[in-house]
Design a protein around this ligand. Sequence first.
Ligand code: ACO
Length: 447
Amino acid sequence: MADPEAKNTLTVTDNRTGKTYDIPVESGTIRTMDLRQIKVSEDDFGLLGYDPGYLNTASCKSRVTYIDGDKGILRYRGYPIEQLAEQSTFLETAYLLIKGELPDSERLAAWTHNIRHHTMVHANLTKFMDGFRYDGHPMGILVGTVGALSTFYPDAKNIFDEEMRKLQVRRLIGKMPTLAAMSFRHSVGFPYVLPDNDLSYAGNFLSMMFKMTELKYRPDPILEKALDVLFILHADHEQNCSASAVRSVGSSRVDPYSALAAGCAALYGPLHGGANEAVIRMLERIGSVQNVPGFIKSVKEGEGRLMGFGHRVYKNYDPRAKIIKKIAFDVFEITGRNSLLDIALELEKIALEDDYFVDRKLYPNVDFYSGLIYQAMGFPLDMFPVLFAIGRTPGWLAQWTEHMLDEEQKIARPRQIYTGAGKRDYQPISERTPNASDERKIGMCRL
Ligand code: ACO
């Protein structure tokens, strides 16, 4: 238990010099810049922190999302994710994330109206979309088209103009489902569907995805609600890979479309937003419940990972995975049971009892069941990360806005520990004699 009389400092003794330093501790954190004073000589640069993957480095102060990974707690602006999933809507949650408070009914109506009236995209953007290869991955298309929006809205570079920022926020939340659905329709060769602003946010997205020749697309209310909840569950997750990418790229003061394109690119990777796609491919590979023990054995022997399991922050059941598992059963009532569900349930059962997973605190994460739901709803596998991007857009924008207004922030620019060659003199090509190690380097370059 902490002594209330104790000083909020950390005393460090540098055994190289015998000098002692008092370093302030604030919110359980030291500023790594305070280490810089620790030097062995006047011309020493000073002590650095080395933290690949930012395992123990806070890059910002944030008021957006709170996670306690050991207890399995996730809150947006203080509100537990379970309450938001049960009682809120995606657009209301987006308002909460961006503005910090829940709206009253008048503000929610105005916000919803504003988002709905930014769902259309410029006709030139459809031509841009048409330029992608017919079988291009929709996530690659999304990365490109979100970035391309910056060319349609050059005023977006005025990032310190509050009204301009608000306008880009509305545009991005409004247009993301349109771009997402267009990327899918392009990849299957279907004509694009214009937004239907009479429908809900999720309902309109389903219409733009699946409408064919009917005059009006009417989404199934249970599927529409399930999708809305899935968007809420994905809306933010504090300083994850894609939010950090948005903050980092945004710190150069580029416009938000370019910063969010970086977020989409980060989300594309299989260790982040691509994991739910990887889960389905893994379940298909396993093929049947009987093959589950053999698959678990191969994971433990280091032949690949159990996708949808494990998390950098959660060392307990991901609270989103619990909610998603319940939604899965609601959705399967309408769509019929996804045949891969039994394999997933068996994998989860065995893994939660197995010492390998228990010792490493590996539990199902948000992606373990979400892919099964998306697949049952008729979304093709390569649309899964795109769905994640729609949900995550308000979170990225909340993180970006906070970063832009944070006076302590500077352009993101990490340090390195240089491990390359010392100074050497340039030799004319005729005088160079490659040795074996140079040959290996050349081989690496060719890779
Ligand atoms: N299957 C098997 N073993 C695993 C898994 C897994 N899914 N995840 C971690 N481990 C093992 C590692 O091999 C390592 O074991 P070791 O100590 O014997 O070497 C140990 O657990 C710690 O793993 P790290 O990779 O150090 O953990 P890290 O925090 O860096 O990685 C990550 C987190 C990337 C999510 C990881 O758990 C993983 O690859 N999971 C599968 C992919 C996935 O589901 N990603 C989605 C994350 S949620 C999201 O982005 C929305």
